[in-house]
Design a protein around this ligand. Structure first.
Ligand SMILES: [Zn+2]
Length: 97
């Protein structure tokens, strides 16, 4: 079913409202990472297993230095706040389809 321009504009402004409510964005990019822990008896040891994850790695270049950290690592501190925003961004993006 085709959406009308009005519906699309309404949807877009809804996304803008959600993004405005998120506050600051951090510069950088998020990469998704799957990794094997290396334990021989773990499920990830089989060839078919993609590895543990996804883990979201936040990469940014600040003051000329490249930084990477797990976006969803901890529930305390700044990275946790970034993780919450990431979750919200993903929700917003997937909701637009
Ligand atoms: Zn494992």
């Amino acid at each position: 079913m085709e959406k009308t321009i009005e519906q699309l504009e309404e949807h877009r402004s809804g996304i803008y409202r959600q993004m405005a409510a998120m506050g600051d964005f951090r510069p950088g990019m998020i990469s998704v990472n799957y990794r094997k822990c290396g334990k021989p008896n773990c499920v990830c040891a089989s060839k078919e297993h993609p590895g543990h994850g996804p883990q979201y790695l936040w990469n940014a270049t600040q003051k000329g230095k490249s930084r990477a950290q797990l976006a969803l690592r901890a529930r305390t501190g700044k990275s946790a706040r970034g993780g919450c925003q990431l979750q919200t961004v993903r929700t917003v993006v997937s909701g637009s389809h």
